[in-house]
Design a protein around this ligand. Structure first.
Ligand code: UDP
Length: 345
């Protein structure tokens, strides 16, 4: 029996871990120990995803959140190292590009425990915190599970070829798992009095859009202009709420709600007119639900969505001609990863 220490901490990681955790737990030679760092911790950013996605209760909760990048990552490194010394895992499983990803990568690499990085190889070629976390995590990983061919090429360009597997996108697995359930169970449209096709769905949370008054004001102005046409619904990330309060930015012409769980988000995606977002995950989910997207950034890691005409950058050229996008696999990415880890750990 081999022990995997899976580390999650932020909302997108719960969504990515759900199908893989489920798949790993069906492999008889693997035992998963799930750690929640605490990076996102409240009911609407954390608990609801565990409940709705059927993710097992974490075996360990480190309760670490807030502070600067260095303070948060440093505290996670100390706590994860302690935990790893007692659990003695045969491998770490890490997800995406957050401070939790980076902390786990540093701990595992220094203890010589092999790392499986889920969503490896993504690059925006911008000096943003997520990019730094991805570069570091990919550099020390043994298994690099790429969602797309573009991600494989990015790694090859950095000289990383060993252990690279193009498995498809685990978030597509999650979308397939949840779309029918959302249609049956979510009542959010009625609760908010929204009509199908009668609103745009927006999210903002990236540091590049929330760290300065000018940046946040520019995004809010863009959304407010869009809201002349149809209401723009903005489930507000806690970081963005704090920034808007701190900078005195008026959000009153947008339809603001608290962050929603995955079932409600899926229903909102399936029924919106279009998506306006700086989120990585949401750009793809827009495509999964065949909704056009405007990315509120000057770069995207998910270039296939732009190439196939479903997505554009807000300050970039117009949509390209629209076509089908086969880039994200067949909804069995998690099964492929579990097969490889069951055979190789
Ligand atoms: N999401 C959600 N509720 C919300 C906002 C986002 O369930 O109120 C989901 C969204 O559908 C996507 C994920 O959270 O699956 C994206 O997370 P986030 O934007 O925090 O991170 P990123 O994708 O940029 O890493």
């Amino acid at each position: 029996m081999k022990t995997l220490l899976s580390v999650v901490g932020a909302r997108p990681q719960f969504i990515k871990a759900a199908p893989l955790s489920r798949a790993l737990r069906t492999r008889s030679n693997l035992r998963e120990v799930l750690v929640h760092t605490g990076q996102h911790f409240d009911a609407s950013m954390s608990d609801v995803f565990f409940e709705e996605l059927g993710l097992a209760k974490p075996d360990h909760h480190l309760g670490i959140h807030g502070g600067t990048h260095g303070a948060m990552t440093g505290r996670m490194i100390v706590a994860l190292e302690d935990l790893a010394l007692s659990v003695k895992p045969d491998a770490f499983v890490i997800y995406g590009d957050t401070n939790s990803t980076l902390a786990a990568a540093v701990v595992a690499a220094k203890l010589f425990v092999p790392i499986a990085h889920v969503e490896a190889g993504l690059r925006s070629f911008m000096p943003i915190p997520e990019e730094i976390n991805r570069l570091m995590a990919d550099r020390v990983s043994r298994w690099l599970f790429c969602p797309t061919d573009a991600a494989v090429k990015n790694l090859a360009a950095e000289g990383i070829r060993k252990g690279v597997h193009c498995v498809g996108d685990v978030m597509y697995d999650t979308t397939i798992m949840m779309t029918d359930r959302a249609r049956e169970q979510s009542t959010i449209l009625g609760t908010l009095g929204l009509q199908s096709g009668g609103y745009d769905l927006a999210t903002i949370h990236r540091a590049e859009n929330t760290d300065t008054r000018d940046a946040l004001a520019a995004v809010v102005t863009y959304l407010t202009d869009a809201a002349r046409d149809v209401p723009v619904l903005l489930p507000l990330h806690p970081r963005t709420r704090q920034a808007a309060e701190r900078f005195g930015i008026d959000l009153s012409r947008l339809r603001i709600i608290d962050p929603v769980g995955y079932l409600d988000m899926t229903a909102l995606l399936a029924n919106c007119r279009r998506v306006l977002t700086d989120s990585g995950g949401l750009q793809k989910e827009a495509y999964f639900h065949r909704k056009p997207c405007v990315t509120l950034r000057d770069a995207t890691e998910w270039i296939e969505t732009v190439e196939t005409g479903w997505n554009r950058l807000w300050r970039g050229p117009d949509y390209r001609p629209r076509r089908d996008n086969q880039a994200y696999g067949d909804g069995r990415a998690a099964e492929r990863i579990a097969d490889i880890l069951a055979a190789e750990v």
